[in-house]
Ligand binder design. Structure first.
Ligand code: PMP
Length: 407
């Protein structure tokens, strides 16, 4: 593959070319949300300037165009994850909404007191709390696969837990807190060997690697547009058609019905059954543009450059006395979580901001993981393909400065 021309790619991202606190912005908070290329901004802009109308019901030209663009976006996302059919691709607000939908529509009717839902200690709150809610409603229980000191899942702990035949295994593809890439294909194979369906939280995977839901073999896959250079407020739930067919709608309203009488209704076909109300039409169109953009750069070229950035940043941070990297798996996306002796991550984040360096400090919506690793918080630099080695240098320089000021 053609290596990435990072300077050229950066030209596509208007937001990157600004100063923050008088310094060039180094945006290293991509795991929280990514920036948007002009191709995405223009797709949304074009939609609102030219095509905006409500979809599926209209008989006029704009409604036709809006419907066509929205369904074309669904077709685009179907190809992006290699789903078998557009019927399996549901547009929702994002990963969080997708997981809640599965918890309420798939799991809730199936769970009985004493049943187990298996999650992991590595998971994001949005792949923990929806399961807590449904367990509270049904009397089911949560069990979690342990995480090891290096940030990888403990596969012995997984084998033990999966052999108990939980009703579902819900697992993150890539950890937002540490960057660990979980061996999804293996986990799915093992879970299926015990008859356990698998939901994958792909929020941190789609920006960095090719995702092929059929190759992964999982049963549900959730991701968010805003993490993959698309708009906020749009994301996808993919699920195998047989599962979606069996599931009752989660929300009721327009769009999701075929026929309504005052006392009962007939649900619409897939995927519309799960898209009650007017959806985020512009968001879906922007997300499709983001998928086009990623594919135009090439996911392999993106991955190669991000690996290079990860290697460079790891060396740079390891060279600073008093800095400890948390999460040292060999299989990591471009995320570095770290702590600095005698410096609280929040203070570090504030000082870094005064040097134009944007990182995140905190529990990264993974409080159980922090507790397990005996940490209150970490600082986290998370890189995207538009980041540069100069920005990593700025990060390292700002950390040294923070140590002088605060240490
Ligand atoms: N899972 C993971 C691993 C995440 O990183 C995030 C976002 N931080 C989410 C789920 C939730 O995504 P969203 O807020 O877009 O619904």
């Amino acid at each position: 593959t053609q290596p990435l021309d990072v300077a050229a790619v950066r030209e596509d991202f208007p937001i990157l070319h600004q100063s923050v606190q008088g310094k060039p912005l180094a945006y290293l908070d991509n795991a929280a949300t990514s920036q948007k290329p002009r191709q995405v901004i223009e797709a949304v802009d074009h939609y609102y300037r030219m095509d905006n109308a409500n979809i599926h019901r209209g008989v006029h030209t704009l409604a036709e165009r809006a419907t066509q663009a929205y369904e074309a976006a669904r077709e685009r996302m179907t190809r992006f994850i290699n789903a078998a059919s557009e019927e399996e691709v549901i547009f929702l607000r994002g990963t969080t909404e997708a997981i809640n939908l599965v918890a309420q529509s798939w799991a809730r009717p199936r769970l009985e007191p004493g049943d187990e839902i298996l999650i992991t200690e590595l998971d994001h709150h949005s792949n923990i709390v929806p399961w807590q809610l449904v367990c509270e409603q049904t009397g089911a229980k949560i069990r979690a696969v342990s995480v090891k000191e290096n940030g990888e899942l403990d596969l012995d702990s997984f084998e033990e837990a999966i052999a108990r035949r939980p009703r579902l295994f819900a697992v993150g593809h890539v950890s937002n807190a540490l960057g660990t890439i979980n061996p999804i294909k293996h986990l799915v194979e093992r879970a299926h060997a015990h008859g356990v369906p698998v939901l994958v939280d792909g929020a941190q995977a789609t920006p960095h690697m090719a995702v092929d839901v059929q190759a992964l073999g999982c049963d549900f896959y959730a991701f968010s547009g805003h993490k993959m250079f698309g708009p906020t407020g749009i994301g996808v739930l993919w699920a195998r058609r047989e599962l979606l067919t069996e599931m009752p709608p989660w929300q009721g309203g327009g769009e999701m019905i075929k026929m309504v009488r005052l006392d009962r209704s007939i649900w619409n076909d897939l995927p519309h059954k799960f898209e009650a109300g007017t959806p985020n039409i512009a968001g879906a169109i922007g997300l499709a543009a983001a998928a086009d953009y990623i594919e135009s750069l090439g996911i392999d070229a993106i991955g190669a450059w991000e690996n290079e950035l990860l290697r460079y940043a790891t060396v740079a941070l390891e060279a600073i006395p008093g800095v400890r990297i948390i999460g040292t798996s060999e299989k990591k996306s471009s995320v570095i979580s770290f702590v600095v002796d005698n410096v609280h991550p929040h203070d570090l984040g504030t000082i870094l901001d005064s040097d134009g360096v944007a990182i995140r400090a905190g529990h990264h919506c993974a409080m159980p993981l922090m507790e397990k690793l005996d940490l209150v918080a970490t600082a986290r630099a998370s890189m995207a393909f538009y980041n540069t080695q100069e920005e990593i240098d700025a990060l390292a320089g700002a950390i040294r400065k923070a140590q002088e000021v605060l240490g």
